[in-house]
Write a protein that binds this ligand. Structure first.
Ligand SMILES: [Zn+2]
Length: 161
C-alpha cells in the first residue's frame, strides 16, 4: 500500500489543509483505480472490497489525500456490498452534495480535504445516527489501531514462546 503514495505529494494523515489539484495532476499521483472512483465518481463492483466484511479495529483514511474519514467503531455490516459506516470520524471529514444522477435523489459523500468522491449516505442506517455511509473501499486506506496491533503482536509472541 505504500508504493502508491510515494509519488503523491499531497498525501498526509495529519495535514488538514485543503487540497486543490487539477485533474491531470490527480491522474499523475493516484492509481488508475483510485482515480476512477475519487475523481470520476466511479463505483466499484459490490462485494469486491477487501473492507466489505473487514472487522479490524483502526482508522480509515481517504486513499487520495490521507484525510481521516471513519473509525472502525462506526463500521457495520449492512449487506449492501460496500463498506458501511454510521458516522464519520469528525464533522468536517466529509462534504455532502445532492446527487440527482441516474434518476435517483441521493446524497453524495466527498472527502472534506480533497473532495474525492467516496460514495453516498442513506437514511436507513442503525442507531445512534440512523445513517448508512456506503463507501467505495478503493478510496479507503486502513491503518490498524496502534493498541490493537500491540495486543496482536504480544499474542503472537506468547504463542511462539
Ligand atoms: Zn481526500
Amino acid at each position: 500500500m505504500e508504493d502508491k503514495k510515494t509519488n503523491n505529494p499531497v498525501y498526509s494523515t495529519t495535514d488538514s489543509q485543503k487540497v486543490n489539484l487539477k485533474d491531470d495532476e490527480w491522474k499523475k499521483v493516484l492509481s488508475p483505480e483510485v482515480y476512477y472512483i475519487a475523481r470520476q465518481k466511479g463505483t466499484e463492483s459490490p462485494y469486491t472490497s477487501k473492507f466489505e466484511d473487514f472487522k479490524e479495529p483502526g482508522t480509515y483514511y481517504c486513499a487520495a489525500c490521507g484525510n481521516p474519514l471513519f473509525k472502525s467503531d462506526a463500521k457495520f455490516e449492512s449487506g449492501c456490498g460496500w463498506p458501511s459506516f454510521y458516522e464519520p470520524i469528525s464533522k468536517n471529514a466529509i462534504i455532502y452534495t445532492p446527487d440527482n444522477t441516474y434518476g435517483m435523489s441521493r446524497t453524495e459523500t466527498q472527502c472534506g480535504r480533497c473532495k474525492a468522491h467516496l460514495g453516498h449516505v442513506f437514511n436507513d442506517g442503525p442507531p445512534p445516527t440512523g445513517l448508512r455511509f456506503c463507501i467505495n473501499g478503493v478510496v479507503l486506506d486502513f491503518e490498524k489501531a496502534k493498541e490493537a496491533e500491540k495486543h496482536y503482536n504480544a499474542d503472537q509472541k506468547a504463542k511462539k514462546g
